[in-house]
Design a protein around this ligand. Structure first.
Ligand SMILES: [Zn+2]
Length: 211
């Protein structure tokens, strides 16, 4: 499996590039890679390009819900694996993704939604995939994809262009960004987090009373 150099953990990139000019590149490479664990996930599914095939071989999914579960990923490989098994391929043409790539995109989306959209909108992240997005009927604009990466990127770009406001969930062990959609300000990303925090508050009150 070929892994792009930029996917190698940062401290090793320099020595990896040095192997390109080394007299014994294979030996040098073996030395470096022996300590470099790159966590990657592969799949063997076919790539579909035609709209009819995409519709036939995939199931509709809620991209906002998907982005929420994407925000919950951390460096635990099992979480990333479950995410990919639940939601599907990462990219259309490549059959693998590293955990580092997932977390890099997660960091960039978070920064764009919560801090400043400038870096995002001026980078390749805001490129639309080369697919027909205009339609003669409602919805006039659509991007059909079975790639999680594209769905997350397009959804986030549209949110940024609409200047949607996001806030961070108030549950300390959640803290994922969620859209502010109504005037009544919500503090939690989901009913689940709101409920969990209210249970915790009442437990604290009981503990205080009895203590
Ligand atoms: Zn939450």
């Amino acid at each position: 499996m070929k892994i792009p150099v930029r996917q190698v953990p940062v401290s090793d990139t320099k020595s990896l590039l040095a192997t390109a000019t080394s007299k014994y590149p294979d030996e040098s490479l073996a030395e470096i890679t022996v300590d470099t664990a790159i966590v990657a996930f592969t799949h063997s599914r076919k790539t579909y390009i035609r709209e009819a095939d995409l519709v036939k071989y995939s199931v509709p999914a809620d991209e906002l819900e998907m982005r929420m579960s994407f925000f919950r990923l951390n460096d635990e490989p099992v979480k990333a694996l479950n995410f990919l098994n639940d939601w599907g391929r990462w990219l259309p043409h490549r059959n693998f993704v590293t955990i580092r790539e997932l977390l890099e995109l997660q960091h960039s989306v978070r920064e764009a939604l919560m801090e400043s959209p400038t870096a995002w909108l001026s980078s390749h992240y805001s490129d639309l995939p080369a697919a027909r997005s205009r339609s003669a009927n409602v919805p006039y604009f659509k991007v059909l994809t079975d790639s999680c990466q594209i769905a997350i990127r397009v959804t986030s770009t549209i949110d940024l262009m609409r200047e949607m406001k996001f806030r961070v969930c108030a549950r300390p062990d959640c803290q994922i960004p969620f859209p502010v959609t109504s005037k009544h300000s919500r503090s939690y990303c989901t009913q689940y987090c709101a409920h969990l925090e209210s249970v915790r508050r009442s437990r604290r009150r009981i503990a205080q009373r009895s203590g």
